[in-house]
Design a protein around this ligand. Structure first.
Ligand code: SF4
Length: 363
């Protein structure tokens, strides 16, 4: 795409033009200094849509087990029975962690785990109930469409019924992970045992219909090209048009070091800095029906996360307190980011930091 055409397209987009897949693809493929033009336009779009406040949530992960029946190629977290480092949190441990979270003023507990070979829907219901018992007012942001499908399969239920039961014991919102790349050709290489694209979409729609909001994610930089990325964004935009059930979009940059895909030479060594910036910027411009774009300091590190905030993102995600999935894949900055440091990073680019709830109410 010619440089003048990029500038015209950006001007039109800021004036309300909805980017087509082809136009979004061209933007994702930009390689030279026009990257900064796209980031600048995305930053303007961010200001218009979400203002100048950078938000964060006080949250804590409880990754209940790393034992998993799947073996996704991009995952450095999962283990099989007998492997070194397998763990499983029992009721007492989960409740201790929930109690600690409450004492720390955490407003959101997030549980996503391996697909334990013995889990049924009751296992997930128990986990939410145990957390609820110890932290009654915390927002439970848990499971994802893969876990919902797994619970349904293991219990002979429909996914809709599983979601109803989860909601019944206190699930407040669903994690939009397991989306990875919503393209079955890519999924067949990076996570062949995972639910396919159509199933992910169906379960997300079911959740939204039941009044369970969810996040939306993409895991990029492993194997897919720009075409798969823009198609993924297009699917999310279409669902959001229909349901308005996504609270935010969270681009997750692939952490490669300890993953089977990288070790076998199939995956890249993660996205480049250009790809990271464009992922944020083009998402902001393309997803015109999302208010919130979250930058993942866990995946990018705080310095690159700050640049994400200058390229369309308005949210810094969670304090975390405890994180194992990215850490086990080889990420270095996973275990807690002090809001003071978040504030420093936000102030440094002329923005202020505010704590929020999971559903983006300012606290
Ligand atoms: S990504 Fe999730 S489902 Fe896949 S192997 Fe890892 S823990 Fe299991």
């Amino acid at each position: 795409m010619r440089k003048s055409a990029i500038r015209t397209l950006l001007t039109d987009t800021l004036a309300g033009h909805r980017l087509s897949e082809e136009e979004g693809l061209q933007l994702l493929r930009v390689r030279e200094r026009e990257v900064w033009d796209i980031a600048r336009a995305a930053d303007q779009a961010r200001e218009k849509k979400a203002g100048n406040v950078v938000t964060y949530v006080r949250n804590q992960n409880i990754n209940v087990t790393n034992l998993c029946v799947n073996a996704c190629g991009f995952c450095g977290f999962s283990k099989k029975r007998g492997d070194k480092g397998v763990y499983f949190f029992d009721r007492a441990t989960i409740q201790d962690k929930a109690t600690l979270a409450k004492e720390r003023g955490v407003t959101e507990i997030c549980t996503v785990s391996g697909l334990h070979p013995d889990f049924t829907v009751q296992s997930y219901l128990d986990i939410y109930s145990w957390i609820r018992e110890k932290a009654p007012h915390v927002h439970i942001h848990a499971s994802n469409p893969m876990e919902v499908a797994y619970a349904a399969r293991r219990s002979g239920l429909t996914t809709d019924e599983v979601l109803r039961q989860m909601k019944g014991v206190g699930l407040n919102s669903l994690c939009g992970t397991a989306a990875e790349i919503l393209d079955d050709e890519v999924r067949n290489v990076i996570c062949p045992q995972k639910i396919d694209t159509a199933t992910w979409i169906r379960i997300i729609r079911e959740a939204h219909r039941l009044g369970i909001p969810s996040t939306a994610t993409i895991m990029y930089g492993a194997y897919e090209g720009e075409m798969a990325r823009i198609r993924h964004l297009s699917i999310l935009r279409q669902i959001q048009d229909e349901t308005q059930g996504f609270t935010e979009f969270v681009p997750l940059s692939f952490i490669h070091m300890n993953t089977p895909l990288f070790k076998k030479g199939i995956a890249n060594a993660g996205a480049t800095g250009r790809e990271d910036l464009l992922m944020y910027a083009v998402s902001r411009l393309f997803l015109d029906n999302f208010r919130n774009i979250q930058v993942s300091w866990v995946k990018l590190g705080i310095k690159m996360a700050q640049l994400g905030l200058l390229s369309g993102a308005n949210d810094l995600g969670g304090t975390m307190f405890e994180e194992s999935i990215s850490r086990d894949a080889g990420a270095k900055h996973t275990d807690y980011l002090d809001p003071q440091e978040m504030g420093r990073v936000a102030n440094d680019i002329g923005r202020s930091l505010r704590q929020r709830t999971t559903l983006y109410q300012l606290i």
